[in-house]
Design a protein around this ligand. Structure first.
Ligand code: ADP
Ligand code: ZN
Length: 741
């Protein structure tokens, strides 16, 4: 029997403390248990990371209490947290915080109880009728229960108009019973799914499934698999079959999807396949309420739900006996957590897959160059789907050179080229649908003074304010600051201050004007603030109540609408010119993904891309749907410059309320680090971040680049520990950053 528990406190600095397991607690405490322990004269909460027979610590005190009947954290997830702490250079308790969501960690989200009413005994129609004249409401209640069976008391009252008193009277008279029942806070709403008959697999899909099968049954002997399949090639169907096989084998499955694609569509496809077979699907993503998250988590931990679909945080879903992890759209940036610990869920999924062990399937039309390079090196296996089912073809791609656009007859609608305008018109005439994509919100996106040239920025961030016309506000898209649009330049007070640039709000307005009979809707984070708005708009679009949908990347991925035959990309340039070596890759991915929304039905699709850089390789390769060509070109460049995937980057960002403090911290850190690492690691000099100021904090960066990430994060941790930063200077450590802003 282990007598001591090694505990990491929730609010500690990464140190493990030993506590004695009191006699008589046999079997109640194990690694992964949450416990309450004495610390000085208080009690605090922590996680048991290991148990041991001995301890070398003096004066060990006993544990005060165990929080749950069995450990909340499974052995694999404990191991994963440890791996995370080492790889990402964070403290272990911070990693554990990711593993156990707050809704579960903190009390106060206990199961919800609701009162249900039912008939206490069978009643005849005459008995009910006898009551009708004396107490019509009471009769209505009995009738309702007679017809519908047990129902929530609140609903019973709403539907019969009976008062609380009327129900209580019936209970007192022994005619009705009321009891409290635990109800699940279900994020999916209705759980009634129509069973869908799986389609017959195409030869290609069959071949892919055969390639995956060995890994499903003997995961320890197999590498992760990349399933590279063009948009609409039926990857999801392959996931469904693979999941079915692991479920048949008595195991469980985890499906990660990008946050943005967590539409009812995705979840529905999985639920409608498995729920009718009696297999419960749980969803875990950031839009759940804390109560929903609590209930879903426990449904998974208890083994009730055997499939989990979720966004990046679901990589920590407490599934046991895991057979398969699917990472859909594995290239998607939303897998990267943007606050500490800044983990990459796709990479953690691969690590978890190895620890379980279970099969790992990474799917995408445009795999990340990291994963693709792993295939080229033989670390991952590669399977391909290169046809759309039923012979649907990929859309035709047309690049419109905006530099040559004719100017006659157009004024404020110049960002819609005549070519795109005509294409939209022809779709409207045929009753087909159009998606217009632009990655910028607002009406105008830049505010500048024509007289002195001043670019009016957010008072807290180094970005231009954007005009949101409907609410008549100038807004910062970084921190959310908003003000009335200024009428004069804040510097020279000239009234010649003007907004320019185009955002989705303006696209919507102009399109409405150009095509007055068209039904136009906009989907971006400005219009989608209300819960359910997303579902509503997509539902309306699917049932063809909308002709033209204007939106940001929210509409770029994973959606499937057979009626869409035209996708217009208003400007491909915004993503191309970011100060980031991944700009080309991101643009290519975006173009291919957006283009994939077109032509998924019987009619051929068309994509029109407007740009000022028509010769850019990302555009040219996207135009011919040539992922391999793009990857070869881009990887060669990355190799020449030593960029990832041929190295690892660590981005250190120092933040302070003055530029001097931030710069000083970054410079000191760069010096310390340069001295601490071998010469194979390159440490950049400190420089202002491209986003030089955010929320009033000045930002300076240092980028370290090396091949051995652990040695590097260790050196960074030590350097950070060795320099004494003032309290008001913060340094964020981002291992394998996805953006260098
Ligand atoms: P992807 O995930 O690669 O984008 P999907 O799995 O969403 O592709 O498939 C695209 C469309 O093709 C969906 O409507 C899906 O129902 C359909 N589909 C996939 N596989 C088959 C098949 N074997 N037979 C018929 N239809 C299929
Ligand atoms: Zn701001």
């Amino acid at each position: 029997m282990p007598r001591f528990a090694q505990v990491i406190l929730d609010r500690s600095t990464g140190k493990t403390l030993d506590y004695e397991i009191p006699a008589g607690w046999d079997g109640r405490v194990a690694a992964g248990s949450r416990v309450r322990v004495p610390l000085r004269n208080r009690q605090v909460i922590g996680t048991v990371v290991a148990v041991a027979a001995t301890t070398s610590a003096p004066g060990v005190r006993p544990l005060a209490a165990v929080m749950d009947e069995r450990p909340q954290i499974t052995p694999v997830l404990l191991k994963l947290a440890k791996w995370m702490a080492e790889y990402y250079g964070c403290d272990e308790q911070d990693a554990l915080r990711c593993v156990l969501p707050r809704a579960v960690r903190e009390t106060g989200h206990a199961p919800l109880k609701r009162k249900f009413a039912s008939l206490a005994k069978p009643l005849s129609a005459e008995e009910i009728a006898a009551l009708r004249t004396k107490a019509p409401r009471q009769a209505a209640v009995l009738e309702h229960l007679q017809i519908n069976g047990p129902v929530a008391v609140a609903r019973l009252m709403a539907e019969t108009g009976a008062s609380d008193a009327a129900v209580k009277t019936l209970v007192r008279r022994g005619l009705v019973e009321v009891r409290a029942e635990e109800v699940r806070r279900a994020p999916l709403g209705s759980e009634e799914f129509v069973a869908s008959q799986p389609p017959v697999l195409s030869a290609e899909q069959e071949h892919a499934l055969e390639g995956i099968r060995p890994a499903l049954h003997d995961p320890a002997a197999h590498q992760p698999i990349v399933l590279k399949g063009i948009t609409g090639s039926g990857k999801t169907e392959v996931y469904l079959r693979a999941i079915d096989e692991v479920l048949q084998a008595g195991k469980t499955a985890l499906v990660l999807v990008p946050e943005i694609a967590l539409t009812p569509q995705t979840v529905e496809r999985f639920s409608s396949r498995f729920t009718p077979q009696g297999i419960a699907v749980a969803v875990l993503h950031s839009h759940l309420s804390e109560g929903e998250r609590h209930d879903e988590w426990h449904r998974v931990r208890s083994g009730q739900a055997r499939i989990v679909i979720g966004a990046r945080g679901a990589v920590f879903a407490p599934l046991e006996n895991l057979g398969l992890i699917v990472i859909d759209e594995e290239h998607d940036n939303s897998y990267k957590q943007d606050e500490g610990p800044r983990y990459q869920a796709r990479d953690l999924a691969v690590v978890r897959g190895k620890m379980e062990p279970c099969a790992v399937l990474l799917g995408s039309a445009t795999p990340s160059l990291e994963s693709f390079e792993n295939c080229r090196k033989g670390k991952y296996a590669l399977l391909e789907l290169s046809h759309r089912h039923d012979g649907c073809v990929l859309p035709v791609f047309r690049v419109v050179d905006m530099r040559l656009r004719s100017k006659d007859g157009e004024r404020n609608d110049q960002f819609i080229s005549p070519k795109l305008g005509l294409a939209i018109e022809s779709r409207l005439a045929k009753g087909e649908q159009t998606i217009l994509f632009l990655n910028r919100r607002g009406f105008f996106t830049v505010l500048a003074c024509k007289s002195c040239g001043k670019n009016v920025e957010c008072p807290h961030c180094s970005v231009s304010l954007a005009l949101h016309k409907k609410v008549d506000l100038a807004r910062c898209h970084v921190c959310g600051y908003a003000q009335k649009p200024p009428r004069r330049c804040p510097d020279c007070h000239d009234p010649q201050i003007a907004f320019s640039g185009v955002g989705t709000e303006k696209v919507e307005a102009v399109v409405k004007k150009m095509f007055p009979s068209a039904r136009v809707a906009r989907m971006d984070s400005d219009t989608m603030t209300r819960k359910g708005a997303y579902h509503e708009t997509l539902g309306a679009f699917r049932s063809r109540k909308i002709d033209i949908l204007v939106g940001t990347q929210m509409i770029a991925k994973g959606l499937h609408f057979p009626g869409v035959t035209l996708v217009g990309i208003i400007s491909a340039d915004s993503a191309l010119h970011l100060p980031d070596f991944r700009a080309g890759e991101r643009t290519f991915q975006l173009l291919v993904q957006v283009a994939g929304r077109a032509g998924r039905g019987d009619a051929e699709g068309e994509v029109i891309v407007q740009t000022f850089s028509p010769a850019h390789p990302s555009l040219q390769f996207a135009k011919s749907h040539d992922f391999d060509g793009f990857a070869a070109h881009e990887l060669e460049m990355r190799h020449n410059f030593g960029h990832p995937p041929y190295s690892h980057l660590v981005l250190l960002t120092a933040r302070a309320d003055t530029a001097q403090k931030a710069e000083f911290a970054a410079r000191t850190l760069a010096q310390k680090l340069t001295a601490a690492v071998p010469h194979t690691v390159m440490v950049s000099p400190a420089a202002p971040a491209p986003l030089a100021r955010v929320r009033g904090m000045y930002r300076y960066q240092v980028v370290a680049r090396g091949k051995q990430i652990r040695a590097l994060t260790k050196a960074i941790k030590e350097s950070l520990g060795a320099i004494k930063l003032p309290k008001d200077v913060h340094v964020a450590v981002d291992v394998d950053p996805v953006a260098l802003l």
